[in-house]
Design a protein around this ligand. Structure first.
Ligand SMILES: [Zn+2]
Length: 101
């Protein structure tokens, strides 16, 4: 199950919650407020999305996956930085800064 980052709209405390993609957002664990904002999907979820983009991971070669990662990661990272800011991306998705050798 994927992990999501939220920030409570009432007390502004960030928290993480694990739930299915189609499940409703959880309540704030601090104050119980129902209005929470999803910040970003965590890096493993992003990586999984990239692997899915690359096709069937059982058939795709390691090289194909690395190519796809190298191609998609800078684009994805830029999109996230534009939307959320450098700090949030560095904190939540440090693996996006990594490249394959
Ligand atoms: Zn709260």
């Amino acid at each position: 199950m994927p992990m999501y980052d939220y920030r409570c709209q009432a007390c502004h405390k960030p928290f993480q919650a694990k739930h299915g993609f189609n499940d409703p957002a959880p309540k704030c664990p601090e104050c119980g407020h129902a209005e929470v904002k999803r910040l970003i999907v965590t890096a493993p979820t992003l990586a999984q999305g990239i692997l899915t983009l690359a096709g069937d991971s059982r058939r795709a070669s390691k090289e194909q996956l690395q190519d796809k990662w190298a191609e998609e990661t800078p684009k994805l990272r830029k999109k996230l930085v534009d939307k959320l800011g450098e700090d949030v991306v560095n904190r939540n998705a440090p693996t996006l800064n990594k490249t394959f050798d």
